[in-house]
Design a protein around this ligand. Sequence first.
Ligand code: PEP
Ligand code: MG
Length: 844
Amino acid sequence: MNTTQPLQLLAPLSGVLMPLDSVPDPVFSSRVVGDGVCIDPTSQTLCAPLSGVIGTLQDSAHAVSITADNGVQVLMHIGLDTVSLAGKGFTSRVKMGQRVEVGQPLIDFDADYVALHARSLLTLMLVVSGEPFSLLMNDAACIESGAPLLQVDQDEQGAVQEVQQGSVLFSSPLILPNESGLHARPAAVFAQAAKAFDANIQLHKQQAAANAKSVVAIMALQTVKGDRLQVSADGPQARQAIEALEQLLLSGCGERVEAPLSLELAPLVAPSVPDRLRGVCASPGSALGVVVQIASQELDIEPTGTGIEIERAALERALAQATQALRALQGEAAGTVQAQIFSAHEELLEDPTLLEQAQALVAEGRSAAFAWKTATEATASLFRQLGSALLAERAMDLADVGQRVLKLILGVQEERWSLPEQSILVAEQLTPSQTASLDTSRIAGFVTVGGGATSHVAILARALGLPSLCGVAQQVLALDNGTQVLLDADGGELHVSPDQALIEERQAANDRQRQRHQRDLEQSAQAARTLDGHRVEVSANVGSLRDVEQAMVLGGEGVGLLRSELLYLDRAHPPGHDEQAALYCAVARALGPERNLVVRTLDVGGDKPLAYVPMAPEANPFLGLRGIRLCLERPQLLREQFRAILACSGLARLHIMLPMVTQLAELRMARQMLDEEVRNLGLKQAPKLGIMIEVPAAALMADLFAPEVDFFSIGTNDLTQYTLAMDRDHPRLASQADSLNPSVLRLIARTTEAARAHGKWVGVCGALASEPLAVPVLLGLGVHELSVSVPLIPTIKACVREWDLTVCRALAQQALGQGSAEQVRNLLRTCPSTAHPATLVTEQ
Ligand code: PEP
Ligand code: MG
């Protein structure tokens, strides 16, 4: 088969020749795919540089390979990252397996479209079978399509090495996670890794198999995301090869992928998972338990229907059953927020556009399942592309509700995981439907790769009071079911197969914590007073009347943050005056005239759009029309809300709080409006008016705001995000976006100083107030009120009782001088509450 005759390759395009080193893509410039040349094209038809057979032709027609009779393989790749164009801009003129002659047109492409929509138009011609070659013209020369370009010298051995056959080992089946399958880049990374092993390695997709050391062969498999693949190997290093390549495939072969999906819970060779995985605390606590991997179910969908009427009826029946199930779930939900999620799912099922799309497909002869899946996926992908965090969340909801309906159409039972005692659920992401079907009495905690503190699973975990860790490395998905783990959400760690000493130490700590919690609950009705008699108000962050009632039971001393926006979301029209007033009055009555009720005015905007407040899409919604900015643009909305809030005057100690205030003018405009409404209603007493300090500008200007407000409440969630310029929901930044960063503490200090100078009180209603570790530093900085998540009221009250205010003040000063959040945390962890203040004073 081999010949020593040189082979000439002709230029496949006209253009400017460039050295491979100058290609701005390391996969190509490092020659991992193969050596060759790059052309900046001036023509728009890729022609065959040699005669041979089309070995690969990507469905997206951006890459093609030709294998010559003598075994030389040449790959051409038009543009960089063009796989993402999914075929748009490319027209293929040949087919896989077709014989082509040198110079024959292979692919036409729209150079303008590709240049505009992909990273680059630079086109590569690479000798992927590895033979040496020489260039027949200079770099940087202009070449014409069809001109002689390379001369390939054949070596005697041939490119393919035969490896002795032995017994073949197979990996467990894997689901390919790469969004665009194994296109050139991941295929090259995979082939390169395979070449490192002394083994004959094959990559299998269904009945087809490819030489795993050949980029072209891998590409010829035409894999797509979700394909079930297996690696086989024989030869001296077969086992090592399978281990390494299996991991490589799961990790995306150098591409960022969602979760690696393993079909089987116990792979042939268990991939190595470190003893300790780090994550971000989504719900506090710790637990010892066993891993239960929760993966989503694969559904087999037949595209063609069995008759329009039959399919239409099947869709309608499934939609009705899903609605019924969602209603039942709302009743059984673990908390208000979870119930609201299911209610939102129910609304999605009634969405006319979605239904129309699905019905149109059924009318075209598609099966109900196929039609529904296509319609939901199209809408979900639209949501994801709009760049809004909220809509991206809706896409997840849609996927979840979509799956529910699909299972009903297909008659597939909802998965019922039989959970052992003390299950620690591990998943890429848990959907509300998955969590709803779980026996929560057996769950000890949650660990997820995706998601953040606002994800569904985090909400559920907090509602159940279970520890939860998110943002954990994907390796966690490779843990075997039944593996013992120690979930330390407070410390942000998952210990895999912990040793006995660690287990005993944690169990003792847990026992102490349980006893402590019991004691805190028993004492929850007592005031939160420091050892030296300083009273701190511990109130609740609430979203509903149910939350308020629970807060009262747990010793809440008022409401420090009523998130009024929950009334406004997920509906087609704003809530009317009576509906709003009814909620505010019910909450106020539950509190009574002696307790504070702080109602935050509507805090929505670009990131939480309202259907009835049309807004242009924003590139940076968190920096856009949020909170008070939106309300001042729509003054009618704010006036109506003021009127509704004022309806509960006198029923509780009413406070109104404005979110996202950045400038004095915003406060002044809102105050003027409020005063007018108070006058219009003939009220004798105006409510207190305060602002949230959640934008650094407001903290820095607190001395000028202080004379004009009645109180400040610090929103540490947003204050941290804006101070550190880190998205509060970014899973990869979550561990750094720490509210105990000294920069945030300094802004808090500035706020409390300004408030003190003007005799105003300061609360904290962000998540930092619910963190026991932060209590002394907040008290020491001069915070008067801590508004916390309802279940944590007894704990935070008990924390306050442990400290002496003078110690807290010295500790706070020391914290302000630390260089990082980590140092502040270490300081707080190691400082005993009984420390003598003199030992803590810093040099100042
Ligand atoms: C905050 O930003 O800290 C806050 C309490 O407001 P939200 O979390 O609702 O933005
Ligand atoms: Mg906020």
